[in-house]
Design a protein around this ligand. Structure first.
Ligand code: NDP
Ligand code: 8X3
Length: 241
């Protein structure tokens, strides 16, 4: 008997880092399919543009994911019609620097640990009780191939993403018997603002990363996220690389 895919119109999707790259593409993908979308980020002009583009089914929140108190405050401000979140895409994050460990800047490491580890766990911890109480949810964390394979200069970035993947698998244990799914999405090279951020605004260095290869696009990744989230409720995809 064929199982039914979930109707996206039943989904309220919180996406951190929706001002660019994967997060923005994911917000568009879900909104176009009729889901309600809450997009977050720190750049207000981008949030305003997203809201204007997606219309009434989009709500935006401006907060820094590394600040737990700000995260809680922002989530408490969500209007009633967006409150029943049943998909959380913990996507905000990135890489800062590509130097070998012995030359890397501690501030860059702090920034990566702050957004990719602390920020991600604050997002999940503050949204999970609601999904458990409503007995319906899905946590999607954006990890990376860098969690699974090492490369020179990937030191702390890869380690933060290994944390993300393991955190997702550990969540599965805690949520056993609950109707809350968990998926770790582990993309490879995709052209977004990722490398511009990694190389601190140096667009030439960023462009060189994608020279001579056909990188994936943010839309490619958004499609995968949409796919895992609309699988029938009894199907949980643990990891997609
Ligand atoms: P982008 O740089 O295009 O997007 C990053 C997003 O994260 C932005 O919306 C940014 O919003 C948000 N963000 C960053 N720091 C914070 C913060 N402290 N508080 C709130 N929001 C924050 O990169 P991608 O779309 O490529 O990256 C998305 C995720 O995918 C990251 O976790 C990255 O590590 C991961 N990834 C990327 C790959 C790639 O090749 N592109 C491959 C594998 C994984 P704002 O600046 O407005 O706050
Ligand atoms: C981003 C992909 O290979 O640049 O996570 O680390 S990679």
């Amino acid at each position: 008997m064929a199982s039914k895919m979930l109707d996206p119109k039943t989904l309220t999707v919180l996406i951190t880092g929706a001002t660019s790259g994967f997060g923005a593409a994911t917000a568009r993908r879900f909104a176009q399919a009729g889901a309600k979308v809450i997009g977050t980020g720190r750049r207000q002009d981008r949030l305003d543009a997203l809201k204007k583009e997606l219309g009434a089914n989009c709500h935006t929140l401006n907060f820094d994911v590394t600040d737990n108190a700000a995260t809680i405050k922002a989530l408490q401000s969500i209007p009633a019609e967006f409150q029943n979140i049943n998909v959380v895409v913990a996507n905000a994050g990135g890489a800062v620097g590509l130097e070998p460990a012995q030359e890397a800047k501690i501030e860059d490491w702090d920034q990566m640990i702050g957004m990719n580890v602390n920020g991600l766990v604050y997002t999940v911890r503050n949204t999970l009780p609601g999904m458990v109480a409503r007995d319906e949810g899905h946590v999607v964390v954006i990890s990376s191939v860098a969690a699974n394979y090492s490369y020179p200069g990937g030191n702390v970035y890869g380690a933060t993403k290994a944390f993300v993947t393991r955190f997702a698998l550990n969540l599965r244990c805690d949520l056993l018997g609950k109707n809350v799914r968990v998926t770790s999405v582990e993309p490879g090279l995709a052209e977004t603002e990722f490398s511009i951020v990694r190389f601190k605004g140096d667009k030439e260095k960023a462009a060189a990363v994608y020279k001579g290869v056909k990188p994936m696009t943010a839309d490619d990744i958004a499609e995968q996220i949409f796919f895992v989230c609309t699988m029938p409720r009894h199907v949980n995809i643990n990891r997609i690389e």
